[in-house]
Design a protein around this ligand. Structure first.
Ligand SMILES: [Zn+2]
Length: 324
């Protein structure tokens, strides 16, 4: 949601209209904010199903409420953002995952956040030069409060300017956050976070196929791949090992999230032919057809586990890839 991208959209839309320039720019800017919000909402909701549905198998599951915040200070024109979403401070609700406690508590999108556990947002230190840092810190502090107390008190103001305070109790979820990255078409994972580029092709797929891509990135975090690659080096055989393992884990995670696990294989057969690395195929990643076969090979064990316990018990039944 970085402003560079929004400015480009505003300029493009401007050229095509006859309405006054300032109004057209504001209108286009508001539309681009809403588009990005919808993408954030989509990713939060799919991510929530995955981290919530697999909590029983994540040894480090923690209380979570499915809330993504926004800091308008991260934009180059904060006042324009405030006007577009109708807040007077800096911190707002960017997305609430469908079915998560933040949604059940009635937190509306773009509501202004006034205080969290009594800490006033107006008293936050200025955003500073690294203006993305304050939002990261705020999400981390929200998580610390939830992990310590199991719940959090949120004071917020809705569009009608009514102030409310809501206690929101967390429910167990695997520890990963989800974020949409402006100006990117990639999907990636860094150990704590799954990042989906706003131009990632998965946004045009049906939900269960998009969920497969997010499950693949989440699998990297759950299996500790980024840390393992840091320690062992990003050699071709190491990357190939982690990619194969994340592929094989996809249908397990999906089954527990309520998705048809066969969608993982279908995702690979749809996405793979255009995106499996071209000339690099076979070096760091297996070819897409092999990748789809490895996913399919997991399905009988998942079906059996689902039939026996109603869950895909990957903690017990998923076989880790041999170390290279
Ligand atoms: Zn991967």
């Amino acid at each position: 949601m970085k402003v560079k991208f929004l400015k480009i959209i505003a300029a493009t839309c401007l050229a095509a209209t006859g309405i006054p320039a300032a109004a057209a720019a504001d209108n286009a800017f508001a539309q681009s904010l809403h588009l990005l919000q919808q993408r954030d909402q989509q990713v939060q909701s799919i991510g929530w199903k995955l981290v919530r549905g697999n909590a029983a198998f994540c040894p480090d599951a923690r209380p979570s409420i499915g809330l993504l915040l926004q800091d308008v200070a991260a934009f180059t024109a904060p006042q324009t953002v405030r006007s577009a979403i109708g807040i007077s401070g800096d911190i707002a609700v960017q997305a609430v995952a469908a079915g998560a406690p933040a949604q059940t508590a009635g937190l509306p999108v773009f509501a202004e956040i006034l205080a969290i556990d009594g800490e006033q947002m107006k008293d936050l230190a200025p955003a500073g030069k690294k203006n993305w840092r304050r939002l990261l810190d705020l999400h981390q502090s929200l998580q610390s409060r939830l992990s310590a107390n199991g719940k959090v008190s949120v004071m917020w103001r809705d569009g009608a300017h009514e102030t409310r305070t809501t206690q929101i109790a967390g429910v167990p979820a695997c520890p990963s956050s989800f974020e949409v990255i402006a100006g990117s078409a990639k999907a990636s994972a860094n150990g704590q976070r799954v990042a989906i580029g706003e131009n990632f092709v998965g946004f045009s797929y049906p939900e269960n196929l998009f969920a497969a891509a997010i499950a693949h990135e989440l699998a990297h975090n759950i299996l500790g791949h980024p840390g393992w690659l840091d320690a062992n080096g990003r050699k071709q055989r190491n990357v190939r090992r982690t990619e194969r393992e994340a592929d094989r884990m996809m249908p397990w995670l999906m089954a527990n999230a309520g998705y048809d696990p066969t969608a993982a294989e279908r995702f690979m057969r749809l996405w793979g032919p255009g995106h499996d690395g071209g000339l690099l195929r076979g070096r760091t990643h297996d070819g897409w057809d092999e990748r789809a076969d490895f996913i399919a090979a997991e399905l009988p064990a998942i079906r059996q586990s689902m039939a026996e316990s109603g869950t895909a018990d990957w903690a017990r039944l998923f076989v880790r890839q041999d170390q290279p």
